[in-house]
Design a protein around this ligand. Sequence first.
Ligand code: GLU
Ligand code: MG
Length: 669
Amino acid sequence: MGLLALGTPLAWPEAKQKANQVRQWGIEQLLAIWGKAKGKERDALLWGDEVEYIVVAVDEKGHKVRLSLSQADILTSLEKDEELANGGEVEVLDLGIKEPLPKFHPEFGRFMLEATPGKPWGIDFKDLLKVESNMKWRRIIAKQHMADDEVPLTLTTFPRLGTKDDFVKPFYPLSGEALRSQFVPDEIANPHIRFPTLAANIRSRRGRKVALNVPVFHDKNTPLPFNDPTVNYDLHTWPEDGDVRNGAVKEGHVYMDAMAFGMGSCCLQITFQCKNITEGRKLYDQLSPLGPIMLALTAATPIYKGFLVDTDVRWNQISCAVDCRTTEELGEVPLKNDRWRIPKSRYAANSTYISQDPRLRPEYMDPDLVIDEDIKKRLLEGGMDDLLATHFAHLFIRDPIVVFSEDLNELDLNKTDHFENLQSTNWQHIRFKPPPAENDIGWRVEFRPMEIQITDFENAAFSVFMVLITRVILSFDLNFYIPIALTTENMETAHARNAVLEQKFYFRKDPFPHRVPRHTHFQAMDTANGTSRANSSSGSRSPSIPSTPTLPPIESEYELMTIADIINGSASGFPGLIPLVESYLNSMNVDVETRCALATYLELIRRRADGRLWTNAKWIREYVAKHPEYKHDSVVSEKICFDFIKAVEEVTEKEGRDGSVGWEMLQNQ
Ligand code: GLU
Ligand code: MG
């Protein structure tokens, strides 16, 4: 969630008045990093995973589960422990191996925790085998610092967040100043001033509360039409209480009204440090089309606010939960005060490619990309090339949301706080991360779409798979380019219930490198500092882009494929990501033990893709459907929720004792 600076946050609209200053200073800081780090070479190939947890308090006697708002206590207790260990290496789970203690971090929800390995993983294949035990270790350490009734679970969401029962511990009344939610108290969010300010200023900027409407899953006894029975239309405390009377609630949908319903979700993220900026830019582009595929494969979010819903993943809910766009920017009213209409939320699929790769055809770009021309001009003047300048000029169309008055006194070019302010609140599915100001870290790419999985075996498998895919992309120089708008479309497709088996996704047919005539591409079009394309741009839009006559039409490069086609290979000739990983491993001289261990992870991915193994979403749906108390009316009652949480706890605990049990318990059998 980024670093937690302290200070006096400005309320909106004071913050709005400082937006230009923050943006300009952010761009100067970016240019300073760019100047220092663009030529950095040979950074170590490192990577790291981030696991997010919810903390659940289990009341065995009362047969009730609640979200425990104990993040601060747990983190304080963990910090003390880390001090004890002095940052040194410690034996992992009696396995005879030593690693530095994992690191724990706060997250948006006061019921959330995030954990990362104590130091980044390296290039060695052996490191891939340490991930699973390290994840299990993290879970055990976290649990040791919790109260006896508390348990860390890797569920994307708590099934009954926002219901009328007392779903948080300790209890807090509703209707707080920051969220103004009719379903969750302000205390649900991390109390650090950044978080309530983020939520409040998003709401103020937007001019109403955020609105999350998720289509309900229509079971045989679900009322038709379905009108969310938990919505209260008679509240009059805050002006925003009127939202529900003004059309915020959609028929057929479960309605939610606060940032916590989105940013209270957990994911599995992987960050790769690249050897130089060129490699980083290439990975950023090539990982982008994989985002929706991995989202569908890791689907784990079929319940909201006590109802089964008709989607399987968290993504769009987070997108709505932080959507600060005004009615003008949304296109609901004509533009008057705002600068442009913006098609996506700050949390959304990427809209840019950034690699100076001759295979990047202009037609792949978004012809309607909104950019801030002044910012682009400044970046070009500062020596940045056109593609990268366009990327940042697109991110910087947003306002900074949390502005601390203390930070506005003096511009410090040895810091990156203003740049990070915008960068870290652009939650795209892939993030391109410049080195921090200290510069001892390289250019990094963060892969963000995956849903957290119930078991550590699964989380390790998906992490390892993503690492291997990056190695395959780089060593085989693979080409996954498709028009970027299709990746946005694929992200929508990934939401459908059981998308992993039932939907098709646009994917490039031939991923192998071929020689391409250079003059048709961006690399040839850009001059050294990339001004040639800038000249052809008009207004705040990106350049109108000519087609490339010497190459086949782009429509012939891709087709609709199932996830099984993409992962395992298709009859029409796509080699499949797993076979590509296999041939990479064959070329790498990996020892037998490592190869066998990696094979079990790859097998999980293979079987997920072809349906032999269920997604977590499917398993959760089946669990609810088979529960004796389920009335086939889409309602996930307190008792079902209690039993479900107990079942999840059992799976994760059993897995702790015996490697693959957890995985097997989630199987389709
Ligand atoms: N929890 C968020 C998600 O599920 C991501 C927050 C972060 O960037 O750390 O996507
Ligand atoms: Mg996080």
